[in-house]
Design a binder for this molecule. Structure first.
Ligand code: C2E
Ligand code: MG
Ligand code: MG
Ligand code: MG
Length: 294
């Protein structure tokens, strides 16, 4: 019975696929309740200003902990939240949470720590987005200068007139804009010149290619140097993300990167842990918040 064993083969294959599809369906359904059930939280990863060694910014990263499935990666649930449209509400919650926390840090430390919030293109392209940002600032009492929004190249290349208007409104408010994962999306460089953008974050994949200083391949060095050069020319701040070793740090520092972020310095952490880190440095007499780089 060749036919039926073939069928069984197909069914086995479908079985694995079905299980994965089933898992996704369950996660999608469960994500609908994640916010109201208090399963969402954010963590903060410090971003270091290289010339001074101080923590000037912290990136806000969303986490979902499901009681049964445990920690679900943003790589999985952000896409789900985008396709269901839930990212609009969830993104609003992230903004509120981040601004409120930034305001607490400001009060506690007397230092203007900037929080950087990732924004999905789906969220950004809503007419309600700029009001959402305004409200988060008003509710928290956080000055707009302490908020930076991270957008991908893909997000700013869509619907040019909508994007341009929103970016100008945000600039008017005093909010900063960073281009995240720079160098990986479809884009033209002209948008960097034409739109009100403050900084670019060099994608982790370019930093990974730097490996160690002695062995860093020439193309990787040239690419990162070129990106820093573009940023310099256009008067943009440049952040190297995904720094995992002192070798990578030394290279990006020598290229003139302004900021760096990565496991080499600190992993994303709870607000309380970052408070302790910053507070420790302040009380140690090292104000402003400071981490020694060496
Ligand atoms: P991203 O914005 O590029 O964030 C940086 C990611 O790199 C984070 O992953 C962070 O934990 C990780 N990372 C930081 N330093 C290192 C390092 O040295 N080595 C390595 N291997 N990884 C490092 P995470 O938290 O899993 O977030 C993944 C992506 O999910 C983010 O990439 C962002 O695109 C998205 N995301 C996270 N939170 C939000 C959010 O609140 N809203 C939106 N729309 N997207 C978010
Ligand atoms: Mg980011
Ligand atoms: Mg990034
Ligand atoms: Mg990324």
């Amino acid at each position: 019975h060749v036919k039926s064993s073939g069928k069984n083969g197909v069914r086995r294959f479908d079985g694995a696929l079905d299980a994965e599809l089933e898992r996704r369906k369950v996660l999608e359904r469960e994500f609908q309740f994640a916010l109201q059930r208090g399963q969402l939280s954010v963590v903060y990863q410090p971003i270091f200003h290289l010339p001074s060694g101080e923590v000037h910014k912290a990136e806000v990263l969303l986490r979902w902990t499901h009681p049964e499935f445990g920690a679900v990666s943003p790589g999985t649930f952000i896409a789900m939240a985008e396709s269901s449209g839930q990212i609009i509400q969830v993104g609003g919650w992230v903004l509120d949470t981040a601004c409120a926390q930034a305001r607490r840090w400001r009060d506690l430390l007397g230092q203007p720590l900037v929080v950087t919030v990732n924004v999905s293109p789906v969220q950004f392209l809503q007419p309600s987005f700029v009001p959402q940002v305004k409200n988060a600032l008003l509710r928290s009492g956080l000055p707009a200068s302490a908020l930076e929004l991270e957008l991908t190249e893909g997000a700013v290349m869509q619907q040019p007139s909508t994007v341009r208007a929103a970016l100008h409104d945000l600039r008017q408010l005093g909010v900063s804009i960073a281009i995240d994962d720079f160098g990986t999306g479809y884009s033209s460089l002209s948008y960097l010149r034409d739109l009100p953008i403050n900084s670019i974050k060099i994608d982790r994949s370019f930093i990974r290619d730097l490996a160690t200083p002695r062995r860093a391949p020439q193309y990787a060095v040239a690419l990162v140097e070129a990106i820093v050069g573009i940023a310099r020319t256009l008067d943009l701040q440049v952040v190297a993300e995904g720094i995992e070793s002192s070798g990578q740090l030394e290279l990006v520092r020598s290229f003139g990167c302004d900021f760096a972020q990565g496991y080499h310095f600190a992993r994303p952490m709870e607000a309380q842990a970052l408070t302790e880190l910053l507070h420790h440095d302040v009380t140690a007499g090292d104000a402003p918040p400071h981490i020694r780089l060496n």
